[in-house]
Design a protein around this ligand. Sequence first.
Ligand code: B16
Ligand code: MG
Length: 215
Amino acid sequence: PIKGVIFDLDGVLTDTAEYHYRAWQRLADEEGLVFNREANEELRGVSRRDSLLKIIGTKKYSEEKFQEMMDRKNRYYVESIENISPTDLLPGAMDLLKELRSSGIKVALGSASKNARPVVEKLGIGEYIEVIADGFSVQEPKPAPDLFLFAAQELGLEPGECIVVEDAGAGVEAALAAGMRAVGLGPVERVGEATVVLLSLEGVNWQDLQASLNS
Ligand code: B16
Ligand code: MG
């Protein structure tokens, strides 16, 4: 039986992707790096360091300069999430969190972001989430299974007892590598490897989701 659900944050519970995009775009413009919305699609669910590596391409920077650019992007991002509120929850997210709690299912967050905690607080969903696994929790970012394994362990559950809800290819890969079933949100081109693929969490209820995962 499924005893725990691990939610990705950006793209699943809320859409901070737009803020990440604007912050990277501002940095890229300042540095004369070629970047746009389309290139940003590649950064979905990707860690801060790996994102910047993709943006600079073959350009070389000192570690000091690289660090400064990551810090600058993060400052822009942190400024922009200042005003996040519960209205920024994606459709269906709150209903599912409530249903999971009343069904006795444990809930964790499994996000690559180092800003996951403040975002969860601003979204007003802290009380529904028992464990937060974030950008500080493990060394290896998704698609490595480490973050989700850490979340399961903190929940006191076996990997096979947990499912993961993800919007990124790397996240689905990480979930399967951890021995967990995955619910992929979005187009099949992106999350087609997932056990179950849905467009979003809108209208999703736990009984139906559980049934489709077990079938
Ligand atoms: P930070 P998720 C990911 O969040 C974002 O999708 C990705 O765009 C971002 O680069 C990454 O977190 C790291 O975020 O710079 O705040 O540490 O989808 O794993 O919830
Ligand atoms: Mg995501």
